[in-house]
Write a protein that binds this ligand. Structure first.
Ligand code: MSP
Length: 718
């Protein structure tokens, strides 16, 4: 019998910059759903991709001195690499600059125009009209339909004035149809409170929207009217169909579309529900195409109290976390700590705490102990005593396996994981009460020993299957150590039963999958790598991952001890071949010495081309500073907190120079500081500026920029 189909999508990501942890969140959530559904016997199509058109991309490219195509080519590669690193199992990837996508978009509108021909002009879905209003180039939102200044409801930035003739979509005519759809599909949008917001929005009346732009070149041309390009959202939403073969020239792809459309789930962050739950169904109704079945929305990842986003400069990058803690750690933390549907705080500290508590001390420790005892005391062979399902089921009768699967079905991932780890904790408690290690040499208790270890191994097997959609790598490894055949992903998660360990199974040598991590060292390694990414971006280098540039690290899953990272110097001494820092000096933070003050600068700095104009240089405010005091920052080996007199005030700044300078050496010293950087916190301490230093030698020793002549604090450096 053929498998039932399941089709889910992530939003396609703007390819104007590299992904951060916030963007990775949607993709990881979808990956968990995709893996879970496969384990329930579905044939899953999982689409992700990149949104590559629009003014913002056009301008971002211009700023970097490259073409829009070059910019999106560069970033699309980074997205794909990251998804690989995160173990994402998407089956499809679509780019909106691909010809197959343009064809789909044009044909979707053609279908609508064909249907329109049969209607009175006043009834037609598409018509031409002059548009005058405000438009947000970052969210591609029509902010208001009047020329008066207005800010974007999503990002808060001012909308730009647009005044041109456009093709309009008669959204107003779809109000009743949409309300009927919502009535007939009670879970069309999840969570419910978001659905209520959508309903009220539609009930309050809909205005027609412009679906083409005339003053923009970087987009898909309107069929037979190439002066216009498609509105980015019309273009982007159609990727959900073009990505699985809609209007494809390849018959096999078309068959794929026939099989998988309509989508079972479109997943996304809360700020873009309206495009999906209002515009998209209306566009499809107008073209006579079946509607997606469900739209699910998650909250935002907040970092330093605000939505993590490049424009706010408060982003954390996934790559360093994966390199230091492993792929499973980030996936587990995001799914466990963020309640799906609500906003959640991201913090590297709590990520490492979770890792140590739940992965290293929890599942990892249970696996190590159980496997080691079986190896040592039972010759590495699963015993036959105790192998009946009822023994284990009796011991853990409070734990309902079926309920855990249902929590996945309801997208209650955090609760699902809480229950799986409840099982792990119950097993720890069971072992602590049984104390099998106290009677390993007592022949009269052999049966009890066998039953106890069998039960623990069975719990381990079940916990691994149930956690597999979230932590795929470690669970597969434990699965193999348990001597289980085949891939864990092929086990039916919805049909799990107690007592499934087969007597006589030979286990493998136990090997730790989650070594304990030293928080301080891990944080430093992560920060160092993050700075490398930021500096690569700021210097206009292609967005390399730390791995590809200078850092060699092992993930804990590869058995690395939590040693100091071998991070090389990302910054190059001024004047050295390849030096490319835009401010003529090297931020100490950027040096191989480690975590640093330059994070402030780099995160706020837009990417710039390798050569910059004088006007770009003029944006950086440099002044002479005199160090008033300096001290170490608790918990950070490489950071110093420095109070610097910059003439009209004394500023607190953080600098990653503690391995090069003792605090007392700095007092009274004249330095060069960047004074117009946005403030940034590191280790909970605010930094309000940046000290400039060169980075010398293979270790990247920081050497502060200073002055030979007398010069007062506050003097401008230019
Ligand atoms: N290109 C549009 C989507 C078009 S879909 C037809 C877009 N792109 S985006 O890159 O801005 O966002 C993509 C996804 O990343 C969205 O689901 C968005 O909510 C998510 N996130 C971006 N920053 C986020 C957080 N800080 N937290 C959680 N998710 C966030 O919108």
């Amino acid at each position: 019998m053929s498998k039932p189909k399941f089709y889910l999508t992530t939003p396609i990501y703007y390819a104007n910059s590299r992904p951060h942890v916030g963007s990775a969140y949607t993709t990881i959530v979808c990956d968990v759903i995709a893996r879970y559904k496969r384990m329930c016997g579905y044939d899953v199509a999982y689409l992700t991709g990149t949104d590559e058109h629009g003014v913002n991309i056009e301008r971002a490219a211009e700023k970097q001195g490259i073409t829009p195509q070059q910019l999106v080519d560069k970033n699309e590669k980074i997205f794909r690499e990251l998804w690989k690193l995160l173990g994402i199992t998407n089956t499809e990837f679509i780019r909106t600059t691909e010809p197959r996508h343009a064809r789909a978009v044009q044909n979707l509108v053609r279908r609508t125009l064909e249907r329109d021909k049969t209607l009175e002009p006043s009834q037609r879905a598409i018509y031409k009209k002059r548009y005058e209003g405000r438009y947000c180039i970052y969210d591609n939102l029509y902010v208001s339909d009047t020329p008066e200044p207005a800010d974007c409801q999503i990002c808060g930035r001012p909308g730009e004035l647009v005044s041109e003739e456009n093709y309009f979509f008669r959204l107003s005519a779809y109000q009743q149809k949409l309300l009927e759809l919502y009535k007939n599909t009670p879970h069309f949008v999840r969570p419910d409170f978001r659905f209520n917001e959508v309903k009220s929005f539609v009930e309050s009346g809909l205005k027609d929207i412009s679906i083409s732009r005339k003053s923009i070149k970087w987009g898909i041309p309107w069929p037979d009217d190439p002066e216009h390009v498609f509105y980015v959202w019309y273009d982007a939403l159609t990727s959900y169909m073009s990505g699985i073969g809609f209007e494809s020239e390849d018959p096999q792809k078309r068959a794929e579309y026939e099989r998988f459309w309509p989508a079972d789930i479109h997943a996304m962050g809360k700020e873009i529900i309206r495009f999906h739950a209002v515009y998209w169904p209306a566009f499809l109704m107008a073209a006579g195409i079946e509607l997606p079945k469900q739209i699910i929305a998650h909250g935002w990842l907040l970092f330093e109290q605000e939505k993590m986003s490049k424009s706010k400069g408060n982003v954390a990058y996934p790559e360093p976390i994966v390199k230091v803690l492993g792929n499973d750690a980030l996936r587990y933390y995001l799914l466990r700590d963020v309640v799906f549907g609500q906003d959640g705080n991201f913090s590297r500290e709590s990520l490492i705490t979770r890792y140590n508590a739940d992965l290293a001390n929890g599942l990892g420790n249970l696996a190590n102990r159980t496997l080691a005892m079986i190896e040592r005391n039972l010759g590495g062979m699963m015993p036959s005593v105790g192998s009946n399902a009822s023994a284990a089921a009796e011991t853990f009768k409070g734990e309902n396996l079926g309920e855990i699967a249902k929590l996945y079905d309801r997208f209650e991932f955090s609760q699902a994981l809480e229950k799986v780890w409840g099982l792990v904790a119950a097993c720890d408690k069971f072992l602590a009460a049984e104390k099998p290690w106290t009677y390993t040499d007592d022949a009269s208790k052999r049966e009890v020993l066998e039953r106890t270890l069998f039960t623990a191994a069975d719990v381990l097997r079940l916990a691994c299957v149930l956690a597999h959609p979230v932590i795929p790598d470690a669970t597969q490894k434990i699965w193999e150590q348990l001597g289980q055949a085949g891939k864990i992903e092929d086990v039916r998660i919805d049909k799990l039963k107690w007592g499934g360990m087969k007597p006589g199974t030979k286990i493998r040598k136990p090997e730790g999958v989650f070594p304990r991590i030293d928080k301080k060292e891990a944080l430093e390694r992560i920060e160092t790598m993050e700075n490398e990414i930021r500096n690569a971006g700021a210097a206009g280098k292609p967005g390399s991952t730390p791995d590809a540039s200078t850092t060699t690290t092992k993930t804990p899953a590869e058995g690395a001890s939590a040693g100091t990272s071998a991070a090389g110097a990302a910054a190059i001494p001024a004047g050295a071949p390849g030096a490319g820092t835009p401010v003529g000096g090297v931020a100490p933070a950027a040096s191989g010495a480690g975590a640093a003050a330059a994070a402030t600068a780099a995160s706020a700095a837009p990417a710039v081309p390798a050569k910059i104009g004088i006007e770009d240089f003029a944006k950086v405010e440099l002044r002479v500073g005199v160090v008033k005091s300096a001290e170490k920052v608790a918990g950070a080996d490489k950071l110093l907190k420095v109070m610097v007199d910059i003439g009209d005030e004394v500023r607190q700044m953080l600098a990653g120079i503690a391995t090069s300078y003792a605090p007392e050496e700095l007092v009274g010293r004249k330095v060069v500081v960047v004074t117009n950087l946005a403030p940034r916190k590191m280790r909970g301490v605010e930094s309000n500026g940046m000290l400039l230093a060169a980075s010398a030698g293979p270790d990247g020793k920081a050497v502060l920029c200073t002055f030979a002549e007398e010069i007062p604090a506050g003097a401008k450096v230019k």
